[in-house]
Design a protein around this ligand. Structure first.
Ligand code: HEC
Length: 103
């Protein structure tokens, strides 16, 4: 009796856990898609072969600050201001966290 009453609780824990990890997986793939827009200019996986700076392994906090200052025009740029304007604060956070883990 006690066991059968526990089943819904156990199921809630198991399915709850699956829901949380699928959310995390969804966020991880969304971050990868968002960051992939950077690679056309900053090189494959953020490793630039040319004069545009590499962004792989860039510290997340500094990246967030850079993208915000490009977005609001505080930092002058040729293309980054326009590119950064396309992202919300949340997306900037996700992109920055993702790029900081690349090396
Ligand atoms: C169309 C090409 C292009 C795309 C796409 C692009 N960048 Fe840039 N990025 C540049 C150029 C060019 C610069 C040099 C500053 C300028 O003139 O805009 C730059 C500069 C930067 C810098 C400054 C680096 C430093 O150390 O001073 C950061 C950070 C940066 N980009 C991050 C990103 C991120 C993150 C993305 C994707 C969300 C991205 N960029 C997408 C072209 C691009």
């Amino acid at each position: 009796m006690t066991f059968t009453r526990r089943i819904p609780v156990m199921a809630a824990i198991v399915f709850g856990g699956m829901f949380i990890s699928s959310q995390a997986a969804a966020e991880a793939s969304r971050s990868a898609v968002l960051a992939s827009t950077c690679f056309a200019c900053h090189g494959t996986d953020g490793k630039s072969p040319g004069s545009i700076p590499s962004i792989a392994g860039y510290p997340a906090e500094i990246m967030e600050m850079q993208l915000r200052t490009f977005r609001d025009g505080t930092r002058a740029s040729t293309v980054m201001d326009r590119h950064a304007r396309g992202y919300t604060d949340e997306e900037i956070r996700m992109i920055s966290a993702y790029l900081s883990k690349l090396n």
